[in-house]
Design a protein around this ligand. Structure first.
Ligand SMILES: C[S@@+](CC[C@H](N)C(=O)[O-])C[C@H]1O[C@@H](n2cnc3c(N)ncnc32)[C@H](O)[C@@H]1O
Length: 220
């Protein structure tokens, strides 16, 4: 039996686990290292419009808003329950972040609305066709000449981590993690129209490697 509504997969696969999400992430990933590194890489400037796609509980959006209080940060996620947690978390530190409900495959923003799209451990939630649709939407909502920065899990080349990644795949699904295992994420971004797609940094965690990527939207 699944408790997954059509269109998206909850952060920990089942809605009942969503309140535990932040604690699980702290314990199983190197969140406190890779998310600040991703925000630093994004080099968010005063006056930037920033979108955190698949924002979950809003940790990355909060880091972005803290790094540059003069930026306008918006989180978007398909799950209203996790957005409630995100809103509460941002309100508790008076961070002026807007959180919108929406599917990444049909982002609720006009063309060229953002100076940065950031995203973390989100692509692994999407089947291949939805990864491509999402990358195209990210490309559409970015202004020309600006950047996408995201982090996602990959399978480590070390045998012990490869075995451990199997546990991640059991939770996240084999279809959604296939592109990361095969190293296909950069080509998905290139297919969506992004240029200068690069893996910029890796963080080794227990179950996986966490890679940071950057890409740029260039004029057609
Ligand atoms: C693993 S969580 C990552 C949350 C957050 N980015 C982080 O770094 O902790 C993935 C999030 O993607 C959201 N999600 C899954 N599919 C989605 C879709 N198609 N559109 C928008 N959000 C989606 C889920 O609701 C969940 O909050």
């Amino acid at each position: 039996m699944t408790d997954r509504p059509a269109g998206f997969r909850p952060a920990l696969a089942h809605h009942v686990l969503t309140p535990l999400y932040d604690r699980v992430v702290v314990l199983t990933t190197r969140e406190q290292a890779f998310k600040p590194a991703l925000v630093a890489q994004a080099s968010i400037q005063h006056g930037h419009d920033v979108s955190d796609a698949g924002c979950g509980t809003g940790t990355l959006a909060l880091l972005a808003a803290t790094a540059c209080p003069q930026a306008r940060v918006t989180g978007v996620d398909a799950d209203p329950a996790i957005l409630s947690l995100a809103r509460r978390k941002a309100a508790s530190v008076a961070a002026p972040i807007r959180f919108d409900e929406g599917l990444s495959t049909d982002l609720p923003y006009g063309d060229g609305s953002f100076d940065r799209v950031v995203s973390s451990v989100f692509f692994r939630h999407l089947a291949h066709a939805d990864k491509l649709k999402t990358a195209r939407q990210m490309h559409r909502v970015l202004r020309v000449g600006v950047q996408l920065h995201f982090a996602d899990r990959e399978r480590s080349r070390r045998p012990i981590s490869r075995t451990a990644f199997f546990a991640v795949q059991l939770l996240d699904g084999f279809e959604t993690t296939r592109d990361a295992v095969a190293g296909h994420l950069p080509s998905v971004l290139a297919q969506a129209g992004f240029a200068q797609v690069a893996e910029t940094r890796q963080f080794v965690a227990i179950f996986h490697i966490l890679s940071l990527y950057s890409a740029i939207k260039v004029a057609p």
